[in-house]
Ligand binder design. Structure first.
Ligand code: BYC
Ligand code: FE
Ligand code: FE
Length: 479
């Protein structure tokens, strides 16, 4: 069984009670976290009881307990996946050596950077989503955004634990700074681009949890391979929570698609691209969903870093950050002599170029991400096809609308044609949401708090949380 200590202030399965110094450091950080949560977490819902799951163990079966809790009283725990006996490093220069339980001195700076970047994204997403409760289309959805938020808070704890335990004084300073930066703030922004964008409406939220949380999955999978065992174990447990965040996103968009198609059918709309006619019916037209996909997907691709990256090759060589499912890949796991095809921009065309594999690990992780996204798109398109429409949603070219890497200085259309800047700017609103789109979406957003009821623009989910019935009161809103 999982020996999680729930009696102490900070629930944990890392034996915190026997490490007084660490415990004191974390208890010192704790009030600042609560303060951050109360000011930057879900706005206006801090005193309500929410039906949340709390991690109480690390066993694959039954690690979660469900119950009503006020969010500031959520038990944010430090939970690591069980230690694998005799685990050995699977890749890079240290392949075959036993995994490390302490930080190797020569990799300290590189490792700290990875942990800080990972840690920074977690509170950033909570900040981005903090107003969504006011426009939740149902209590079910409201509960889901809060569940995602408390778990991102726990992910912050996970990284702060590593910083405090393994990085001494600079680790403690970094942990402080994680509470100081703010999403979208000019003077002290969050580190990565996508985490400074707004999440103003629920379609954005569902796209963010589909695409950006899925980047989280890919990055955590890569870190779960790490030769630094505490990082591998921490991220392995985080991945079990990530599944729910991506579920909320994928099924959220799917419910929007279903609702739109139902209403279009009922009203005999033959052309789903007749946005005016569809919008009059109070549902989100499919072309607007496509624009939202284009935006969130392209901004998320930037999170993979440059296609050709020495940072990434150094981290791989140092056995700190591996590839997706590293141990199942059939090669030498050193990558000194192999190549990998990378999409590049050559003379106005996008072509695959064989690059040294060791320099291309970002690009490869991105390929794995794209394959994962394609499966999600297939489920959305099935919902459209089920209603007899032949419209299809698609992922734009990876060269479209990029700010980082190989394509950051070219102008590509969603279907991958390279065009001039003037043409691209002129056609921008064909591809990305404009003010009208945003205003339309905001006009649909309304808070629905009657148990079992849903806003007009979204279909109910197929099943309740934890087997609860359709009219379950997921958030106790005092009448
Ligand atoms: N924005 O060598 P390069 C999640 C910087 S999401 C701004 O290509 P590298 C979550 C880069 O820092 C997962 N700057 O980069 C999801 C570098 O600067 P320096 C988060 C950027 O290192 C939803 C320079 O450009 N986890 O968990 O190969 C909700 C050259 O770049 C960006 C991680 O990311 C950008 N988008 O790759 C909640 C894992 N991209 O150092 C949570 C940890 C690059 O030259 N991080 N730059 O000054 C990493 O593994 C890598 O740092 C990155 C970048 C993949 C992010
Ligand atoms: Fe997270
Ligand atoms: Fe997440």
């Amino acid at each position: 069984m999982s020996n999680v200590d729930y009696d102490s202030l900070i629930p944990n399965n890392v034996g915190l009670a026997s490490d007084r110094r660490l415990q004191r450091a974390l208890e010192k950080w704790h009030p600042g976290f609560i303060d951050w949560w109360k000011t930057m977490g879900p706005d206006g819902f801090q005193d309500l009881e929410v039906y949340l799951r709390t991690a109480i163990g690390v066993d694959p079966e039954g690690w979660a307990r469900f119950g009503y809790v006020k969010m500031p009283e959520y038990r944010w725990g430090i939970l690591l996946a069980p230690q694998e006996k005799n685990r050995r490093i699977a890749f890079g220069r240290h392949k075959g050596e036993p995994v490390w339980q302490e930080v190797p001195g020569e990799y300290r700076a590189m490792l700290r950077r990875l942990v800080v970047i990972q840690g920074d994204t977690e509170p950033a997403s909570v900040e981005q989503q903090r107003y969504l409760g006011h426009t939740a289309p149902s209590l079910y959805d409201m509960r889901n955004v809060f569940q995602v938020n408390v778990e991102e808070g726990r992910h912050l704890w996970a990284m702060v634990y590593l910083l405090h335990k393994y990085f001494g004084r600079d680790g403690r300073e970094e942990a402080e700074d994680l509470l100081m930066r703010r999403s979208g703030n000019q003077d002290k922004p969050r580190i990565l681009g996508a985490f400074n964008e707004e999440t103003p409406d629920w379609l954005s939220f569902f796209m963010f949890t589909t695409f950006t949380d899925r980047d989280g999955k890919m990055q955590l999978e890569a870190l779960a391979q790490s030769g630094f065992d505490p990082l591998a174990r921490t991220t392995r447990f985080m991945l079990t929570e990530e599944g729910h965040h991506m579920f909320v996103g994928r099924t959220g968009v799917e419910r929007v698609v279903r609702r739109t198609c139902e209403i279009m059918r009922k009203n005999n709309i033959a052309d789903p691209t007749d946005t005016g006619a569809v919008r009059k019916l109070g549902v989100i037209d499919l072309p607007t969903m496509q624009k939202k996909i284009n935006f969130h997907y392209s901004v998320t691709l930037d999170l993979f870093g440059a296609e050709i990256s020495t940072n990434a090759s150094n981290a791989y060589n140092a056995s700190l950050k591996g590839r997706f499912r590293e141990t199942t890949i059939d090669d030498d796991h050193l990558l000194h002599d192999s190549t990998y095809p990378v999409l590049k921009h050559v003379n106005g065309k996008l072509v695959n170029v064989d690059e040294p594999a060791i320099n291309a690990v970002n690009s490869r992780l991105c390929d794995d991400f794209i394959a994962d996204c394609e499966q999600v798109l297939a489920t959305w398109n099935k919902a459209i096809a089920d209603h007899g429409y032949d419209y299809r949603l698609s992922l734009p070219s990876r060269a479209f609308h990029r700010a980082v890497g190989e394509f950051s200085d070219i102008y590509a259309t969603p279907d991958g044609n390279v065009v001039g800047q003037a043409e691209w700017e002129r056609r921008r609103e064909e591809w990305l949401p404009d003010n009208d789109d945003l205003e339309f979406l905001l006009s649909l957003m309304e808070q629905v708090t009657e148990p079992g009821k849903f806003s007009h623009w979204i279909a109910p989910p197929r099943a309740g949380i934890n087997g609860k019935p359709g009219d379950f009161e997921y958030v106790r809103i005092a009448a």
